[in-house]
Design a protein around this ligand. Sequence first.
Ligand code: SF4
Length: 307
Amino acid sequence: MIREVQDEILRLKKEKDVCILAHSYQTPDITEIADFVGDSFALSKMAAGAENKNVLMCGVRFMAETAKILSPNKRVYLSHVDAGCPMAQQLSPESLAQMKAKEPDRVVVAYINTTAALKELCDVCVTSSSAVKIVSSLPEKKILFVPDCNLGRYVQKQCPDKDIKLYNGCCPIHNGASIEDVAIAKIRYPNALLLVHPECREEVCENADYIGSTSGIMQYAEKSDAKEFIIGTENSIIAHLQYKCPDKKFYHLSQRLVCTNMRLTTLYEVLSVLKTIGDSDNENEIIMTGEQIELSRKCIDKMLQLG
Ligand code: SF4
């Protein structure tokens, strides 16, 4: 049955000229039919280089918005209309405007996991893999880092010469992994290396053998001579890793590392959205004005320039 749905998706994708992007946290039945699989910003760049007229992002809303910002002349769709990112929605543009008014001398550095509306007010964006490099290369010393305090704290430690003020946001999924989870996993799997995402809490990162983006974790595990790994990021990547490295063993750090928003997209959902591509008033389509795209693109361009 899955194979039949995948075949129909591939047929429609060709007929409707769609580039399908799947974030690494999507399930294997979806990544198998995608043109590109990866971290959110890498996907948006891939879509911008693709020749298709339409883009379907299997992920969450800020990712589809980023794809639209980088591909303003394409029609961009989100795989599930309710798939948001709780972290991206934690800080409103109004609250950020108030923070900026209180400390106008701070450069606002925004994690890419922010809404397009928030990006309009930020000076430069970062991804989890480029954050340290970009913050270090900024000439300014005083920085306001939004919205993820865990990633911000990780950057703070790597850039001690900077005065970084953190907003108190976080990814509720990664932040849910605790030091107790680390202790239990290390007892259960004493020979395994612990690989974690910098969205995890400070005390979890302090016990890790490697800290990096989802792509970074996957590359590290693939290249490492070690045979066992405890994975401290969204649990779906364990299936992808197990497929790529059948001779290695992968364990989850916590059963709670599951992003329910990412799980809203199913293979059937992908098929039903594909059927509606091209329809007018499509609720899955990302609609932004030229001005919104131009304003939110500035901090992404600055990231590309510095990164
Ligand atoms: S894992 Fe966290 S940061 Fe990623 S989409 Fe889910 S809530 Fe947002």
